[in-house]
Write a protein that binds this ligand. Structure first.
Ligand SMILES: Nc1ncnc2c1ncn2[C@@H]1O[C@H](COP(=O)(O)OP(=O)(O)OP(=O)(O)O)[C@@H](O)[C@H]1O
Length: 367
């Protein structure tokens, strides 16, 4: 898949009086075309700094940041401005101009583009307003709209020029939870239609199921702490358990085709798939491989060997077309987790039972 954003070893500093304070530390990140990517983290962790660097609104000081294969480090203002034309911005407070109609607000984005044509711009603006459900209000002014409608206008403005990357900084913070969810679903739907990537900064854990990928930033460092991801996958854990577990996890990346666990090996780890897809495969008596199931982001595996027996009952292998990222928990941490949470134990045991049952059915139908 094509990378829209590639960040390598990015550091960022602010000057505070005589001191230089580092706020981003060795950030490495890729955002692919068509992907909805959530960036989350505590206040002051560096989210706005990072999104404004990606948005070409700040100069890159150290490391590499490329957008659409163009390096931002060392880029001059003219080059940054050209790159900004490929981006769409959605803000928490909508940032609409009150003295313009909503159609004019949307059309501004097109006026900044090269090859601007007023008639075409007008019809494109009307078309995108229709897409966001405001086709009947094109001549209204922002003050006549609700918060959710204003955010739809700002969405239309961000998307009308078909940007390759949409950056949304807390787009739902001024909205109630239902409207916020509708707005994120809409961003996602329109972005997928256009093949654009979306980067959303949000604290709102209730939206996390909409993300293709969630990355947390803590004190300027990416990808540390996996509490939110695990809470979605194993919602029966308490916050204290989540904190303890997430500090005991290891993140591993496996290449396409790599074998993560092998049938017959000793079971000593539990895995949570946070990116990519893997196949669970059973080898029959004639050494023929039978696909049991494909697992995707949010699924976990490796529990059968830990719960029931010491040996792996199946092989788990990464699919051929993309790498997979997994959070790995060792046997002791896994056993402690299920001994401390009866509900989690029940949920995982139930899944393990269902899987064993379906393996028997597969075996039976193969035989
Ligand atoms: N212009 C600036 N000058 C000095 N320090 C700054 C500046 N902007 C941000 N900081 C500091 O950099 C750190 C990261 O700030 P940033 O705004 O990126 O965090 P954030 O995660 O977006 O926070 P929030 O969720 O509150 O918006 C914070 O410690 C902040 O105080």
């Amino acid at each position: 898949m094509k990378s829209i954003v590639t960040i390598q070893n990015l550091n960022h500093y602010y000057q505070e009086g005589k001191e230089r304070k580092q706020v981003l530390f060795d950030v490495n990140l890729k955002i692919e075309a068509g992907e909805t990517f959530f960036l989350t983290g505590e206040s002051g962790s560096g989210k706005t700094t990072l999104i404004s660097l990606i948005g070409c609104l700040r100069s890159v000081q150290e490391g590499s940041l490329t957008i659409l294969d163009r390096e931002l480090r060392g880029a001059n203002e003219n080059q940054l401005m050209n790159l900004r034309r490929n981006l769409g911005y959605v803000f928490q407070h909508f940032n609409l101009l009150d003295f313009m109609t909503i159609r004019q607000n949307v059309q501004i984005s097109l006026e900044l583009q090269e090859n601007f044509n007023p008639d075409r711009a007008r019809s494109q603006s009307e078309a995108i307003l229709k897409e966001v459900g405001l086709g009947h209000r094109t001549n209204a002014y922002p003050r006549e709209l609700s918060g959710g409608q204003k955010q739809r206008v700002s969405l239309a403005r961000a998307l009308v020029h078909r940007p390759k990357l949409i950056l949304a900084d807390e787009p739902t913070a001024s909205l109630d939870s239902k409207t916020g969810r509708e707005v994120v679903e809409l961003i996602q739907r329109l972005a997928k239609q256009q093949g654009s990537a979306v980067l959303i900064v949000t604290h709102n854990t209730r939206m996390f199921d909409l993300a293709d990928r969630i990355v947390r930033i803590e004190d300027g460092k990416l990808g540390v702490g996996y509490g939110e991801q695990i809470s979605l996958i194993l919602p029966t854990l308490t916050d204290t358990q989540l904190n303890e577990i997430s500090s005991n996890l290891e993140l591993r990346t496996y290449e396409p085709h790599a074998t993560i666990i092998r049938q017959g090996d000793r079971a000593d780890e539990f895995y949570i798939l946070i990116e990519g897809r893997v196949d669970a495969i059973k080898e029959d008596e004639n050494s023929q491989e039978v696909l049991l199931r494909q697992l995707k982001q949010g699924d976990y595996f490796g529990e059968i060997g830990l719960l029931k027996r010491r040996k792996r009952t199946a092989t788990v292998r990464v699919v051929a077309d993309a790498e997979a990222k997994v959070l790995v928990m060792n046997r002791e941490a896994f056993l402690q987790m299920i001994s401390e949470s009866n509900l989690t134990n029940a949920v995982i045991s139930h899944q393990s039972f269902q899987r064993l049952l379906s393996e028997r059915l597969v075996k039976k139908s193969a035989g």
